[in-house]
Structure formats: C-alpha cells, structure tokens
Design a protein around this ligand. Structure first.
Ligand SMILES: [Zn+2]
Length: 492
C-alpha cells in the first residue's frame, strides 16, 4: 500500500513550541473526553433527536473511532479518505494497532484517530494550476473563498513556500467539509512537489499547519561497470547509466582525466551507486558512492564522503581530494586547436613564435570559466591577445584568457572569482584565425604547459573525519576490488 510509505520530514508550524503542540494534543484529549460524554448522553437520552446536523453527529462519533487496540485494518480504512488524492495522506505515526505503552502514546493515538476520522469525511477536489494562477484565483474553483485564502496565507511564509511558488501543471488537492450554513471549509490541502516529496496543509483545532512530507525512500546500492568504445556517454548508455550519472562521473575524474582528449578505447569504469526506490520504482539515481576509472592503463579511485555540514566530496582512498585547485580546461565543451609549443610558427605572422599556451576552439559566445579561485589582475585589450583577462591565484600562479568576444558582466579588475565561474566568452578579438580561447598557465612567472603542468591538489580530508571516512570507505573499496566478472551485479 503506497500511501502508507510516508514519513514526516518537517513539521513547520507558525513558531509553535513543542509544549504548545503538546497542549494542543492535550486539548484534543480533553475535548474528546467531553465529546464522548456528550455522545453517550445524546445516544441514550433521545432517539428523536435525528435532526442533528451532520457535522455535529460526525463529531460525536469521533471518540469511538479512536479506541485503543482497534485492529490496524480498521484504522486504515479510517485513514483513507473516500477518494484519496494521488499525493496521499501521510502515515499517521502512531496508528499501527500496536498495544499502547504510555499515556502520551494514547493521546497521540486519539488525536491522530480524530484527524483520520475527520479526514474520512472530507470531500476531495483537485485543481490544475494554470499559468498566471494564484491562490485567490484557484480557491474559488473548489468553492472556497477569500477568507480561506487569508487563513492559509497566515501560516508561516517559509512553511507555505510551495504554495506561494506554484507552477503551471501542478495539481492541488483540496479536502473540504460542508458547514452548517452550506459553505465549504478547507480542512486539508496537498500538492505533490516531486517524486519523493509532497506539501500538506491540515487544519487542526481550527488552526492551519503546513508541512513537507517526504516519502520513505529505499536506497539500494548498485554496482555498474562499463567500457569505452567510442565515447563516455555511449559507454554510459550501454551500462544503463543516466546522463546525470555520466556527467557526475566525468566531474569526479575530470581533474585527472581530460575526457575530451585522454579517453581511449578500452578505458573502463566501475561505479557503486545509491539508487533511490519508492515501492520498487526507481525515483532517483542517487549519488556515486565510489568509483574506479581506468584511463590508458592507469586507475583512479574516488570515494564519496559527506562531512558534518552535509557537503559531499570525493576523495582518494588515502583521503586526498579528487579536486585540484585548478581545472585542467577553462572551456569544457571545446576542442584543442593548438597545443603548447615553444618552437611554433605563428599562423598569421608566419614567424617563429613560441605558442606559450593552449588554444581551445569553440563557438563564439561559449562561456570561458576561471580555472581556479583567484583575483582579476588585468582586464582589457592586450595587443594580439585582444580582449584578455588575467587572474592571479595566490602568489605563485597566474592564468591568462585571450581573444574573448566579451567579458562577463560584473567582472572587474581586483574582483575575486571562484573556480568554474564564467569570466568571459569565446571570440576572435586580437590576432586570431577563428573563435577560440588562448589560455596560458604561469608558475612563478614562467609559462608552463596547461595540459601537463602538475596542478596543486585541493585541501585533503580534514583529520577529524579520518576514522569516519575509513569506516565508510573500507566496504566500498572491498567491493571495488572484486574483479568485474565475479562481482554481483547488484547488492543491497
Ligand atoms: Zn594561442
């Protein structure tokens, strides 16, 4: 049963403290006792009183729905609304039919029982969000009015963000109750946000609460191997990888392997992925947990580690960062049209002119990315270089980017840039035969070949994580070490 696979992720309430939540629960409990008494009273006092309005008689029945030790199956039938929306109701935590241990559990059971019972009377209606829609336009379509919109928008703005940022095509499910005076009141609202999350608004004790519900995801480790025949993407496709995973793999090993240049037929890879499933359906590729990539006989290995800030990074089994302080190439989607060559003849000047950089040919306007964190030392026209940017990276390294068609907006001398940040666009300003980037890499003022210069490594894994990293990495390494033909295709 799909709908029961929900757990609560966040419980964002308009700054309600736990004690307040408790007191609400407690009020419910007391309310239920009072309602029980009234219920018994009414039931025994008069059978002629059949003109009770429906909502009241429903309320009066509620306490009986929440009696302890009710079999789980009957609880379920109460949880499920007569026409449940696709986004479905959350699994109400303590409704399991298990024996109750404490009064707190008991209260919880009563409260959730009440909610469930109330939910079972709701009429469900759905609306598809149209372009230009807002809540004031949408609510009237299910018979709700401006007051309902007002009350819902009184919930904490952050908590109802999904409702304030609706996109065309999204489905909103409305659970409403008919009031005595014939008007509808909004009791619940649900919006599916993505395959694993849903946004819910519920009314409890005349107060609206919003929360984002996360479906329970099964993470299943999967090992995938592949061999390069013509391209990385083709190899990925054959191995059953999505483009996203192939890109991630290229990103992890991109510091050591130039995938546009170094890749050879027969290169191979092995990945351990954490695929996400909900009820047996894959909903996400998950992260690459560990990977080997063998390029021209040399194997690179990367292990993912998530630090206490939740930042996931890849390290070698020794804890060295897979990242370098410099990217090898400033234009990822390009081809090298001229290499570093101290004895080259200049293509235009026809004189013996060393080529002290690498040329990357790409379409005019292709973004040029800073290869490392740094500061803009120079921006302007520089003779044959045309529109040029020079970055300094600490005291030792400088990089130069020439022949730009234009600079990135906001790039100014003295400004700091981040690795991978766009600084300008491919062009053919200055002396250039066609649109390309001329890229130079200098170490202590000396030109070095950007394709072969030994690049400094990024910060290694901090010492405080070493024990944790080793514990996580060891089983993954063991798995990577198993030869491909005898390893299991899939393991949990
Ligand atoms: Zn050049």
């Amino acid at each position: 049963m799909k709908r029961n696979r929900l757990i609560r992720q966040t419980y964002q309430i308009k700054s309600l403290s736990d004690t307040k939540i408790l007191s609400i629960k407690y009020r419910y409990f007391v309310g239920l006792v009072v309602l029980s008494v009234i219920g018994f009273f009414l039931a025994y006092s008069s059978s002629s009183d059949t003109q009770n309005n429906t909502s009241q008689s429903r309320n009066l029945n509620l306490p009986n729905l929440a009696i302890k030790n009710t079999p789980a199956s009957s609880h379920r039938s109460l949880i499920d609304s007569p026409s449940p929306p696709k986004t479905s109701a959350p699994r109400l935590n303590s409704i399991s039919g298990k024996k109750l241990k404490s009064i707190e559990d008991n209260r919880q059971e009563v409260v959730t029982g009440l909610e469930a019972a109330r939910a079972s009377f709701l009429a469900w209606d759905k609306v598809t969000v149209k372009s230009g829609d807002n809540l004031s336009l949408i609510f009237p379509r299910v018979g709700l009015n401006a007051r309902d919109v007002y009350l819902v928008t009184q919930i904490d703005k952050k908590a109802i963000a999904p409702l304030l940022n609706l996109k065309p095509g999204q489905l909103i499910h409305f659970g409403t109750l008919m009031q005595k005076d014939g008007t509808l009141s909004l009791e619940a609202l649900k919006v599916a946000l993505n395959p694993i999350e849903a946004f819910h608004v519920r009314k409890v004790n005349e107060v609206y609460y919003a929360e984002t519900i996360k479906l329970e995801v099964d993470l299943i480790q999967k090992q995938i191997t592949g061999k390069i025949d013509s391209s990385l993407f083709e190899a990925g496709l054959i191995a059953g990888l999505t483009d996203k995973v192939v890109m991630e793999m290229a990103h992890i090993f991109g510091w050591d392997i130039d995938f546009a240049l170094d890749l050879r037929k027969g290169d191979h890879f092995k990945l351990i992925l954490n695929e996400a499933f909900i009820d047996g359906n894959k909903v996400d590729d998950g992260n690459i947990l560990a990977a080997d990539f063998t390029n021209r006989g040399k194997t690179f290995r990367a292990i993912r580690f998530v630090d206490s800030r939740g930042l996931g990074r890849y390290y070698s089994p020794e804890g060295d960062s897979m990242r370098k302080t410099f990217n090898r190439t400033p234009v990822p989607l390009s081809r090298i049209s001229s290499r570093f060559n101290p004895n080259r003849k200049h293509p235009i000047l026809k004189t013996n002119r060393p080529h002290r950089g690498v040329d990357y040919a790409a379409k005019k306007g292709t973004p040029i990315l800073a290869t490392g964190d740094g500061k803009i030392d120079f921006i302007g026209t520089k003779g044959g270089y045309g529109r040029t940017v020079i970055l300094s990276h600490g005291g030792k390294y400088t990089t130069l980017y020439a022949h730009m068609s234009r600079y990135k907006k906001g790039i100014r001398s003295g400004k700091r840039v981040k690795q991978g940040q766009t600084i300008g666009y491919i062009g053919s300003s200055g002396l250039a035969t066609g649109p390309h980037l001329h890229y130079e890499f200098r170490v202590n003022g000396t030109h070095r070949n950007p394709l072969t210069v030994k690049l400094p490594k990024a910060e290694p894994l901090p010492k405080k994580y070493h024990v944790q990293f080793k514990a996580q990495a060891t089983p993954l390494i063991t798995q990577l070490d198993i030869p491909v033909n005898t390893s299991l295709a899939q393991s949990r």
